[in-house]
Every structure is written in C-alpha cells, then in structure tokens.
Ligand binder design. Sequence first.
Ligand SMILES: [Zn+2]
Length: 196
Amino acid sequence: MTGAILEMIDLLARLPGIGRRSATRLVFHLLDANPEYAQRLGAALCDFHNQIERCSECANMSDQNPCPICTDHHRDDKTVCVVENIPDLWAVDSGGTYRGKFHVLHGLLSPLDGIGPDDLNVDLLIDRIKRNHIGEVIVATRPSVEGEATAMLIRQSIGALPVKVTRIASGVPLGSELEYADARTLERALQDRKEM
Ligand SMILES: [Zn+2]
C-alpha cells in the first residue's frame, strides 16, 4: 500500500464511529468513484471551516451570522431552549413542535475534564435574556450528572431575573444523548417540562 492510501485511511479513521475497517472501505470506495466526486469532497472540506461561523446571538453554527434560526421571524422569540451542542439542537428542532429559539452551550459542566462555567456560553444567554425580554428558558441538557450540574448552573446564573426557567422531563433515558432519543420521547420530555 502506498503512503497516500494509508494517510487517507488514518485521517478518516479519526472520525467518530469510523474504525480502520470502515475507513479502509471508504478510501477504496473513493478510489473507485468518479474522481469529480473526490474533488468536490476535497474542495468542500477545504472551505468548510472558513464558511461556517458561530452565531453571535445563540452560538449555533451555520454559514450565516446571525444564524437562520435567530433571523426566522416565524419563531417565538420569547422562548429559548438551551442545548448542549448542535446535534441536540437539530434533534429538538426536527421534532417539529418546538418553534422557539435556541441557545447552544457547546459543552456541559465537567470539572474533571476541565470544563468550567466560563467555558459554556452562559454569559451570552444571560445577556440575551436581559436584552430580548425572554419569557421562558427551557433547559434541555441531558439527564446525566454533567447535564444536571449544567442545568443548576444556568438556574443559578439566571438568579432573580424575571424569566421562567424550566427543565425538560427526564423521559429521556438516563445518561443518553438527546441526539439519539427518539422524536416522540423528546417531544414528551419537552411537553412535560417542569419549572426549576
Ligand atoms: Zn443564532
């Protein structure tokens, strides 16, 4: 095997869920496929980081700032759903019944992993609550130790600000990631949210 093939396998095998066997299969698929496809894939990857920005309002990632969710006037802008990451945002949003705005933390409180309160976008959330007169903040972090600690951090940071703070019901199996919760479970967890 030549160096270029091994290099491709090494690079692809670093992706989550892709072991060396899958990476090897993908690499030979790319070699067999139309070269134009590999060129388009390469070009898209080259520009990827330059094209994607973090929304200055909600920290969502997209090729627009503010992102398409923040600029969607059909959404209820008085309700903000706080999620751990963008896959969770997509999971809640694709359920179809939640039509408010979002706030992405990009992580959960986890002192053992060196993730403290300053590493999450809580200040940005507090600023939004004050600026946009938000009526309800729904904390949709997963029901793990880190998810609960993060929910408490948000509750404490909001303090006495005049906003309702709710927590999604723990219909989502313990420690599971929201991203993988089935749509109906997620809907129920949102509907049965409780005030914190
Ligand atoms: Zn946004």
